[in-house]
Design a protein around this ligand. Structure first.
Ligand code: HSE
Length: 340
């Protein structure tokens, strides 16, 4: 199977995907019989290039790293906007990686709708469309024959949605709880070591963990979007962002962190989907966890999630929650799932 990718948005995650393709393309082709090529890259700031036969991913990466953009990169077609790229590049997979907007889902939503209407497959790590408009996107898949993969929207390349939606489908999931944001977990850990909040945040940004606008991370909205995605895709709910009781980590001071540490506790930002009476409720809030709590030892940008089930008890998955390669990997998983 030949997958021709049009990548919209070439920041950390897009470059992570290109890095994986630069080293793994032959392996993917030999082992899984898939030929994955990047035929277009379109980025608001870095420029736009398209080549029907496909680019060498390493050359694109080298060029971006030494020039900061793709404006002088040799290509058959240049300067297409996102709409033209999706329409004219000959791609059969849209890799949607534009910035996340958790209020409207735009511009990613329009890009994805356009691609699905053209019968393309879509893989995205953008939480906006997945949290706000997933049923509509699934309906477009059904009517036009494409597929959509959103594995990387929760816990980056750690196969969280695949586990919840496939392996645990009949286990009777009653509750989901975990650390769902890498940036805040990293910041809290650095503050425990004595760092200032702003320095820890800058560090998380430099490491590629934070969103383009890190307010979404520190105020809990990123984790809230993941709570909504888990509730809806894994537990079949119709939760919205407004339904999630959301508190971030901005209010936590060094004194709070020290007070916890003195009692051998740690602050963690915890996202939960749980039953309250007959109603499924979503929440994100900081909590002090004891040293014997399963989430106590989860450090840095690592995430962890526990699915509580009727048939299997608790199943906990621990793995990367953010990062360039880690999130790029989720897209590879989505693409491979298109041919299964
Ligand atoms: N900004 C997000 C995080 C990226 O820190 O978890 C992965 O969704």
């Amino acid at each position: 199977m030949k997958y021709k990718l049009a990548i919209i948005g070439f920041g950390n995650v897009g470059q992570g995907l290109a890095e994986i393709l630069a080293t793994k393309t032959s392996l993917l082709s030999e082992r899984y019989g898939v030929d994955i090529r990047i035929v277009a890259v379109c980025d608001l700031l870095k420029g736009s290039i398209a080549e029907p036969e496909g680019f060498d991913p390493q050359l694109i990466l080298d060029h971006v790293r030494s020039n900061g953009d793709l404006k002088q990169f040799p290509a058959a077609y240049k300067d297409w906007d996102a709409r033209e790229t999706i329409e004219k590049s000959g791609a059969n997979v849209l890799i949607e990686l534009s910035y996340t907007d958790l209020e409207t889902g735009e511009p990613a939503l329009s890009h994805i709708i356009q691609a699905l209407q053209l019968g393309m497959n879509v893989a995205t790590t953008n939480k906006g469309p997945a949290a706000l408009h997933f049923p509509k996107l699934l309906a477009l898949c059904e009517s036009h024959g494409g597929r959509i993969g959103v594995e990387g929207t929760v816990m980056s390349g750690t196969p969280t949605l695949t586990l919840g939606m496939n392996s645990l489908i009949a286990a009777g999931i009653t509750k989901i709880q975990g650390i769902l944001n890498g940036t805040t977990n990293y910041i809290l850990g650095e503050m425990e070591k004595g760092a200032e909040y702003s320095a820890a945040l800058e560090d998380a940004q430099a490491r590629g963990y934070a969103e383009a606008d890190p307010t979404g991370d520190v105020d809990g909205h990123d984790a809230a979007a993941k709570v909504v995605i888990l509730a809806n895709l894994v537990m079949g709910q119709s939760m919205t962002m407004e339904d999630v009781n959301c508190v971030g980590i901005r209010g936590l001071t060094k004194t709070d962190i020290k007070a916890a540490r003195d009692k051998d506790q740690r602050w963690k930002l915890i996202g939960t989907v749980d039953k309250e009476g007959d109603v499924i409720q979503g929440s994100v809030k900081p909590a002090r966890v004891n040293s014997d709590h399963p989430l106590h030892g989860i450090s840095g940008a690592t995430n962890a999630i526990t699915f509580s089930t009727e048939l299997l008890g608790d199943i906990t998955l621990i793995g990367p929650g953010a990062g360039r390669i880690e999130t790029g990997y989720a897209l590879i998983g989505d693409i491979l799932s298109f041919s299964r």
